[in-house]
Design a protein. Structure first.
Length: 66
């Protein structure tokens, strides 16, 4: 049975879209879908979810410890 709605965008794809926005300074809504990042809003929601889950705090601690 197929799940309803569109397939979930892989985390790696969202991370690449997030890094692209942060690097270029473009708005989330201007993220080019032709590059395979899907919707800028998808990436924005994912980064908000990761921030709320403490992913970037954990990553920062890991990088400082190495």
């Amino acid at each position: 049975m197929k799940a309803p709605g569109p397939r979930r965008v892989p985390d790696r794809q969202c991370l690449q879209g997030i890094l692209y926005v942060l690097h270029t300074g473009i708005g989330w809504e201007d993220l080019p879908q032709e590059l395979g990042f899907r919707s800028g809003m998808t990436c924005w929601r994912r980064i908000k979810r990761w921030i709320n889950a403490g992913v970037f705090d954990d990553l920062h601690r890991i990088l400082l410890a190495s």
